[in-house]
Design a protein around this ligand. Structure first.
Ligand code: SF4
Length: 505
């Protein structure tokens, strides 16, 4: 609560926060209750979001919070590298929440908070997982677990005293009886063996020099600590002691905070990866591209996206059965729709029900008009990566790859909507990208429009593919230089960033 009150966005003077803390102590109430008494907007916001807990996911509530406090807008317009980092961290957190929502039926606040607590107890740290420590020219402090696979010139293993390394094993509060454990239980002191393995991992991170350090006292009891038995095991009875430093402890004055480096504008790394959807978003509006793909601004779940995803997953599961040698029926297909249905993003039950009926109609139509039992797909949901230039990769995923009876390869992409009149198969960039992924001139590339049960197909010549590579490389350069000026238009009506967009404020 204190951290919340100290957030810049609420603009509450520190003296007011101090007075609230004081009030809470004086009247024996919580800090939240103290805020309620003063009718602070923070308390109103919390009440509002508490009311949403029953029906919204944790991710959705967090999204409301960012939107209502104006933080979302702030994130989209960062000016410095520090602010950029904050925006990226939030985007990362949202991605994790999104993955959690996809994988778990209950993604409410209670389960998500439990999951975060558990991840933290297990030592999960996105920062340490994402940092290339060997590139970091500084004193790096990390756990042995996160140092696995890395090497450093000099390594200090600290706290190497008895009862700290190896740690004292904490027994389970309710131990599982050995007879119920299925695995073969290790002999001896398993905990100590694990700690020894960890110690060995720590030691072998050093290239040139390895130091062990330990103190006699850690301010917790009067008994002097002994060096860990692991040191004797590793170095023999007479380890080499580092010489005592003459300099001793730093005088207090030297602890003065070093001058902070001035913050600088964020650096833009060159574009090394592109997908068709990134190219298309940039073409629609460079600012939308920046919001979605560079800043990765979180967006609320949308019914259209969930629906498209469900239909794709259902067809994937259906063809997985075909590939396994089964002959699934129309009822099997509709049952798979039920299995893969997700209620996220529809808002109300009536609309969700309507969309489910639509899904059933699309898939029934597909089974009757689009499904050919004689064709067994060669691949499903196949990821691809093509090198456009030595530094630029084009990637994506193909819904289905078939080998036709005459031996031709056909790449198929499902579309849940109707076929737009303006879509020209001969010049369509998405089909060209698939033709590039197919890598051969004879590849047939198709869209399958489930609403009208129509297939739109084309092929590309090798000259067209050479030209496409050049065009994509040029586009990437243009995107790298862009100042992401917005290009408002009709498409803004469907843009998830309209609320925060600078073109509309
Ligand atoms: S609202 Fe319009 S102008 Fe703004 S980012 Fe979206 S598409 Fe671009």
């Amino acid at each position: 609560m204190y951290r919340l009150l100290s957030m810049d966005i609420f603009d509450i003077p520190p003296l007011v926060v101090a007075a609230l803390v004081n009030d809470a102590r004086k009247y024996g109430i919580s800090l939240f209750e103290a805020c309620e008494k003063k009718n602070l907007p923070v308390a109103t916001l919390i009440h509002k979001h508490l009311g949403l807990m029953k029906k919204e996911t944790a991710g959705q509530i967090l999204y409301f919070f960012l939107e209502e406090t104006g933080l979302l807008k702030k994130l989209a317009t960062y000016k410095t590298a520090k602010e950029e980092k904050i925006a990226q961290n939030l985007a990362k957190f949202f991605n994790k929440l999104k993955t959690y929502e996809i994988e778990h039926e209950d993604a409410g606040v209670f389960t998500v908070v439990d999951w975060i607590d558990l991840s933290m107890t297990l030592g999960e740290s996105p920062l340490s997982a994402d940092t290339d420590w060997s590139e970091n020219n500084a004193v790096n402090i990390l756990t042995i677990h996160s140092a696995k696979g890395l090497e450093f010139n000099v390594v200090f293993l600290v706290n190497i005293v008895s009862a700290r390394f190896p740690t004292i094993e904490r027994k389970e509060q309710i131990p599982i009886p050995d007879a119920l454990v299925k695995e073969i239980l290790p002999l001896g002191d398993y905990h100590e063996q694990e700690e020894r393995r960890l110690f060995y991992v720590g030691m072998t991170r050093a290239r040139d020099a390895l130091y062990f350090s330990g103190a006699k006292y850690y301010g917790e009891g009067k008994r002097e600590k002994k060096l860990s038995a692991f040191i004797r095991e590793a170095l023999g009875e007479k380890p080499l002691f580092a010489e005592n430093s003459e300099n001793g402890q730093l005088p207090l004055i030297d602890w003065a905070k070093a001058k902070e480096e001035p913050d600088h504008p964020p650096l833009r790394p060159p574009i090394t990866y592109l997908s068709y959807s990134q190219l298309e978003t940039f073409k629609t509006c460079p600012l939308q591209y920046k919001y979605r793909h560079i800043l990765k601004i979180p967006v609320p779940p949308r019914a259209a996206l969930t629906f498209g995803d469900t239909i794709h997953k259902t067809l994937h599961a259906f063809y997985a059965l075909v590939r396994a040698g089964n002959h699934p029926t129309k009822n099997d297909l509709l049952r798979l729709l039920e299995d893969h249905w997700s209620p996220v993003g529809y808002g109300d039950k009536a609309y969700e029900g309507k969309m489910k009926e639509r899904g059933k109609a699309l898939l029934t139509g597909f089974f009757e008009k689009g499904y050919d039992p004689n064709i067994v797909p060669r691949a499903l949901e196949e990821p691809f990566k093509i090198k456009i230039t030595p530094t630029l990769t084009l990637g994506g995923k193909i819904d289905r790859i078939d080998t036709l009876t005459d031996g031709t390869t056909e790449i198929i992409d499902y579309k849940t909507g109707t076929m737009p009149k303006t879509r020209n198969a001969e010049s369509d960039l998405q089909l060209t990208v698939y033709a590039l992924a197919g890598g051969a001139e004879k590849v047939k590339v198709s869209f399958y429009f489930l609403e009208d049960q129509i297939k739109l197909s084309a092929t590309r010549t090798s000259q067209q593919l050479v030209q496409a590579r050049k065009d994509i490389a040029q586009k990437a350069e243009e995107m790298g230089r862009s100042d992401f000026r917005p290009t408002p238009g009709k498409h803004c009506d469907f843009c998830e960033f309209r609320l925060i967009c600078e073109a509309w404020s």
